[in-house]
Ligand binder design. Structure first.
Ligand code: ADP
Length: 491
């Protein structure tokens, strides 16, 4: 099959969270199965490309024609093509991927440019796979414009990685790239359902115009149909329910591998004896304690890794720090936030605990440190309000670190509580709580610390079950490929 992904992120070039990780890992698996794969990304200013690079000039439209340069490289057998606008369009020469006043215009321009490039290449495409609001407009542009002028795509699939972000925009912004913005102000097209009736919603356009929608876990596929988790798009999604499914994300097992991970000194493998795994993890813990200024101690170490945004439950994470310390544990946090209030809150906590020795707060994005934390910690806490899939619990499981999670989205599809009698002993791998409440989280956290201190055998079983489970991308890729096949055979 000829498969094209258009996305705002792809590891290792540009990654903020799960989206970038999945695009990188999934496309790598497709090439292993001999499919022809191309990924189209914006050429962000911070991306350095190694030669050989192929160059191509393809114009795109925004209040006139602009000559984009397309730079293509090979990454694990995939073609990765970067769209670099000319100097007068400064959309991507910026230090970050997101967070600018004109984000919506940036990705609208990128979406049109990606389709211009595909039209220029004159290739027939079996599957065009788009991701979140950033590239949702590709589905609209294809059906209303590019299909009519000769672009040939069999099916379009939209991945919803996070429904909270939707790309809300004034209709006239679409006029700039040659569409009649006002004509999309209807429920069946792109009119925002909820708060901003007079505005357009790009993700809604993707939902209405794509041939299929995949949410990144089965539970999330069900949850986004509800008012509580649909962020205003539940009505639209219920209309389009017949083309919605959930495929659980996975991780790149060769990248997230405690046996070969270059960011840690003491390696271990799921095939090693439990004694060896525990011994190596203990040595990694000592390394980490030394590195971040924690006291060298055998207390349980609880970690939190992730974007510090409302979705992740920052107030519960804050509470977890205090509860952990009160109950005789150490805590390490690695998180970055674009929300000033949250960033300030954690900077304050960092000051409170600066010379304490039992808490380490790291408000930054640090890929290397993340690997060491996964390898060194005993538990990871993920008290999210919603979690489409969540990768941190999957990585933690692979590194023998026990997840403590709120039962939501992908967390409820992958973490099974040690005390849940309704599930088999063989799949129990962590601790969970139902409601987004401090006291429920405290109960789960205290239970985990208590078992760690009083019932090591129980804890060891959880580690073994977790480290032996397989959340590798190979399985995930097969599910997507089977969906692709099904889609194109339905012509
Ligand atoms: P989301 O996509 O909502 O950000 P996920 O759990 O799906 O959350 O994916 C998070 C990914 O980003 C994981 O690979 C995690 O290790 C990584 N990550 C998040 N925050 C940081 C950070 N501050 N430093 C390093 N890696 C991080």
């Amino acid at each position: 099959m000829k498969i094209v992904h258009v996305a705002s992120e792809m590891f290792p070039f540009a990654k903020v969270g799960g989206l970038g990780e999945i695009v990188g890992a999934l496309t790598k698996e497709f090439t292993k199965k001999n499919h022809e794969v191309e990924i189209i990304l914006p050429k962000y200013g911070f991306i350095q490309l190694n030669s050989p690079i192929e160059y191509l000039n393809v114009p795109s439209y925004e209040n006139g024609w602009h000559n984009n340069t397309i730079l293509s490289v090979k990454e694990h057998q995939c073609s990765v093509s970067f769209i670099e606008p000319p100097r007068e369009i400064d959309y991507f020469i910026r230090p970050n991927i997101y967070g600018y006043y004109d984000d919506v215009s940036r990705f609208i321009y990128f979406s049109r440019s990606a389709l211009e490039y595909l039209l220029h290449k004159k290739e027939s495409i079996d599957i065009l796979h788009i991701h979140d609001w950033h590239t949702s407009l590709c589905a609209v542009l294809y059906k209303d414009l590019f299909q009519k002028i000769g672009l040939n795509i069999k099916k379009i699939i939209l991945n919803i990685h996070n429904i909270e972000y939707q790309g809300i925009v004034d209709s006239y912004i679409l006029d700039k790239i040659g569409l009649d913005g006002k004509s999309y102000l209807s429920f069946a097209k792109m009119e925002d359902d909820h708060l901003f009736r007079s505005k357009l919603n790009l993700l809604k356009g993707g939902i209405n115009y794509s041939d299929h929608i995949v949410a990144v876990s089965p539970s999330y596929a069900r949850e986004i149909l509800t008012k509580e988790y649909g962020f205003g798009l539940d009505k639209t999604l219920n209309e389009q329910k017949h083309k919605l499914s959930g495929i659980l994300n996975g991780i790149d097992n060769s990248f997230w591998n405690p046996k070969t991970d270059e960011n840690i000194d003491f390696h271990y493998d799921r095939k090693d004896s439990l004694e060896k795994i525990l011994e190596q993890k203990k040595k990694n813990k000592l390394m980490l304690q030394e590195k971040v200024g924690l006291k060298k101690s055998e207390k349980p170490l609880i970690c939190s890794i992730g974007r510090l945004v409302v979705q992740k439950g920052p107030a519960l994470i804050e509470r977890a720090i205090f509860t952990s310390v009160k109950n005789g544990s150490q805590f390490i946090l690695l998180g970055s936030s674009v929300i000033e209030k949250i960033q300030k809150r954690f900077t304050k906590i960092e000051r409170i605990f600066r010379d304490h020795g039992e808490v380490s707060i790291n408000c930054s994005y640090d890929e290397k440190l993340a690997h060491l934390i996964y390898a060194a910690s005993d538990f990871i806490i993920i008290p999210s309000f919603f979690e489409p899939c969540g990768l941190t619990q999957l990585i933690a499981l692979r590194y023998g670190t026990i997840p403590i999670v709120r039962k939501t989205g992908g967390l409820s599809d992958t973490v099974f509580d040690v005390d849940d009698d309704s599930i088999s002993e063989k799949i129990k791998n962590g601790f969970s709580f139902n409601n987004f409440l401090k006291r429920e989280m405290d109960e789960a956290l205290k239970r985990a610390i208590k078992y760690w201190k009083e019932d090591p055998l129980k804890i060891h079983r959880l580690i073994e079950n977790g480290i032996c489970s397989d959340h590798g991308m190979e399985k995930v890729a097969l599910e997507y490929l089977s969906l692709y096949q099904k889609m194109i055979s339905f012509e």
